[in-house]
Every structure is written in C-alpha cells, then in structure tokens.
Design a protein. Structure first.
Length: 437
C-alpha cells in the first residue's frame, strides 16, 4: 500500500491528482468546523463536552459526518444523504422497470440515474436538516445537557429556514467535492470523504480510552485497543479479499475465417458480497424505535421497554436483534444486487458455460446455490465483526459508537483497498516495463 503511494508521488500526473485530492479533503475538514447561522457556538461546545462518549441516537450519523453533526456546522449532514439516496435508487432499480432499463443503457443511463440521485440527495438533506434543527431547538439533541435549550436562542421561522438552507447547501457542496475527487482526483470521491469522516474521529476516541484507563495511566488499555483494532483490520482484509471463483468456459465459434472464444475465465463471487450495506441497514432500522420513543410524549410501557432494551448497544436484546437483522439484510441485498438468471442468460448468449453444468436454467440454479452457500459465512462474519469490537471494548468504557466498531472497520478497510487498487491501476496504465523486459 505504501509502495503504491510512493510510486504514485513519483509520477507527475498522479502526484497532481493526489495533491488535488488532499486539497479537497482539507476544504472538507474545514467545513466541518464552520457553524451555521443561528447557533450558539458556546452552548454547543458545552453540550459536546458533557455528552462526550455518550452520543446516544445520533452517534452513528455523527461518526459519518466526522463529528460535524453534534457541532451543528454547515457540513453537519455530511455524506449520509447521498449514501441514503444511492441505496434507495439501487433498491428501486429492481422494482421500477424504467430505472432497470436505464441501468442497462450503459453510460447514458448511469448518468441519468446519477442525476436522480443528486435530486433525491437534496430532498433528503432538506428533510434531515429540518429534523436536526427541530431536534436542536427542542433541546433533544443533547438530552442531558444543562444548556441544551440555549443552542438555538432565536427560534423565529426565518432563522429556522436559514439553518435548513445552510445545511442543505452544505450537503450539496459535499456532494460536489466528492464528484471533483472522482473526476479530477484519484477516484472514489464519496467513499474517500466517508473514509476521512470516520478516520477523523479516531484520535479523540483513542485518547478518551487512554484517559478513562486505570492501568499504567491508561496506556495498557490504549495499547490493547490498538492491538485489537489491528487484529480486526487484518481479519477484515482477509475476508474482504476472499472469493469463490466459479470457472466459465467459452466455446470456439467460427465467424467467417476467424475463430472466436475458446477461452477460460471465472465469475468472482465474494464471500462478503453485500459489503457494509447490511450493517448500515440494521443500524438504521434499530434507531427508528428509539427515535420514536424519544420524541413520543408520556411514559407508556412500550416507551419504557424500548428505552431499556433498544437504546444500549450492550443489551442482550439489542445485540440479538442487531445480529439477526445483519444476517437478514445480507441475504436481502445479495438477492437484489446479483441476478443469477441474468448472468446465466448472458453466458448462454456468448457461448459460455460452467464445466459440468448445462447452460440456461441449470446454470442459474447452480449460481444461486453457490451464492447462498457463501452468503451464510459472509453474513455471520458481518454480524460478528459488528458485535465483537463493541462487546470487547465495553470493559474499557468505550461508547457503542467507538471507531473500531464493525461499521467503521468495514468502511475504512473497504475504501482503503479500493483506493489502492485505483492507484495501482492508474500506475499500470503509465508503466510499460513489462513490455520492455
């Protein structure tokens, strides 16, 4: 990985792309510290210090925004509206024939779907910005803070609209910055911004573990957390790279005087075909009951049950539901993202077949069988990765949204591997030593 970056900096074209990407990252991080109009900055800082390590319902979203959500800055919503819009469009592609047809049109269709994603991102930013402003005005953003009601001193309608517009504009700027990295930088712009947002919370969280520790001034706990994090990263890298290669043979075809086909290849089916999407889905779904209970009035029995069982990451009921939801969404997302019938039809169209399996429907059934077999260990791996760090770090006083949790590890490792592959592919395009030897 470090070798790829060193070689990239020695290449003038890639060096410009890397420096451009670093410049965009600096702009993004500066924007996460610029407060929006109408917010009492001193009251926000007081509440952030009092809520340190206990961010509650908004901890996950705050992590994705690089800590900007609880600071109520112009980039408070971060990249989350775009991620949500992308997932929604991907799910709707399976349901709406028009979107499915656009997906099959190639670059033109992809451009159209990207445009729809942008529109949906702005709509979601307006919705989420309104919810965040309403939560801050009511004092529920920091429930236990003594000055929570003073965060938005002026509650006039014009001030509220200005705050929502600023947050929506900030989300649009973040989306634009990500696309700039994709077009003029090293690629994967949105993923890199998400990577930076999560990585930005690491130093403060690690130092909090050290300050809360009691062994050798907290250095024993600090070192143990580092070792556990490295072991988890190594495990994630190993599994993320694992794949089941289904062999495919293409028969020879004579077209005129030329012979086509006769090659052997394979279909790479990853063990973790769904990526981090099941973890995000499960986390979001479990936040809904707690969010409803927080804003519901009264003190009914169902509200007490949700508060006691579904708001603490170390509660047995929460852990069980979280694990089962991750397994379910892993199978669900794989089922809608990989179509065995379509793959089998494309193979049959071009004369391809799996050795020992007849083309057409038997091939589709075989691919579905293999996919189900490898999805089971993949889903169990996702569930364990999401839960083991949480349970292991509870003893060190870490919050349930600690950066070495499952979601952050999966995203950081996945984005890191993809970025290195992007850099290596661009290096190969500019390096022809293999042809000269």
């Amino acid at each position: 990985m470090l070798t790829a970056f060193a070689r990239a900096f020695r290449t003038p074209d890639l060096r410009k792309k890397l420096l451009f990407t670093l410049g965009i990252i600096v702009v993004y991080r500066v924007g996460t510290h610029v407060p929006i109009p109408g917010v009492n900055y001193k009251a926000v800082q007081t509440c952030v210090k009092e809520a340190s390590g206990n961010q509650g319902l908004f901890g996950l979203v705050n992590m994705f925004s690089g800590g900007a959500l609880l600071q109520i800055t112009i980039f408070a919503l971060g990249i989350m509206p775009y991620i949500t819009a992308s997932i929604i469009l991907q799910l709707l592609t399976v349901v709406i024939p028009r979107l499915e047809a656009l997906k099959k049109e190639g670059q033109a269709g992809t451009t159209k779907i990207t445009q729809y994603t942008r529109y949906l991102t702005v709509a979601l930013a307006i919705l989420q910005g309104t919810g965040l402003v309403a939560t801050a005005r009511s004092g529920a953003l920091f429930g236990s803070c003594s000055v929570a009601s003073q965060i938005v001193p002026d509650q006039a309608i014009f001030t509220t609209i200005t705050m929502v517009v600023c947050m929506t504009a900030g989300t649009a700027v973040v989306m634009w910055l990500g696309e700039l990295i994709t077009d003029r930088g090293i690629g994967n712009g949105m993923s890199i911004l998400m990577f930076i947002s999560i990585a930005a919370t690491f130093p403060s969280a690690l130092w909090a573990i050290k300050k809360q520790g009691t062994l050798a001034g907290g250095w024993i706990e600090f070192g143990t957390v580092i070792v556990v994090g490295l072991v988890m990263v190594a495990l994630v890298v190993f599994v993320e790279q694992a794949q089941r290669r289904v062999p495919v043979q293409y028969a020879k075809r004579m077209i005129g005087r030329r012979s086509y086909g006769g090659t052997s290849t394979y279909i790479p089916l990853k063990v973790n075909q769904a990526g981090v999407i099941p973890v995000i889905f499960a986390s979001s779904l479990l936040y809904i009951p707690a969010l409803v209970a927080q804003f519901a009035g009264g003190n009914s029995n169902w509200k007490q049950w949700i508060t006691q069982n579904l708001t603490k990451g170390d509660h047995p009921i929460y852990i069980t539901l979280y694990f089962l939801l991750i397994v379910f969404f892993a199978f669900f997302y794989v089922a809608i993202s990989f179509n065995p019938e379509e793959v089998a039809d494309n193979m049959k169209k071009y004369g391809g077949f799996i050795p020992g399996i007849r083309a057409g429907r038997p091939t589709a059934e075989y691919l579905s069988y293999v996919l189900n077999r490898i999805t089971w260990p993949g889903s169990l791996y996702l569930g364990l990765i999401a839960l083991v760090p949480t349970m292991a770090l509870v003893g060190f006083g870490a919050s349930q949204n600690f950066p070495f949790g499952g979601t952050s590890i999966l995203i950081i490792v996945g984005v890191g591997l993809e970025t290195v592959k992007q850099i290596e592919s661009q290096l190969q395009q500019r390096n022809y030593e293999g042809f000269l030897r």
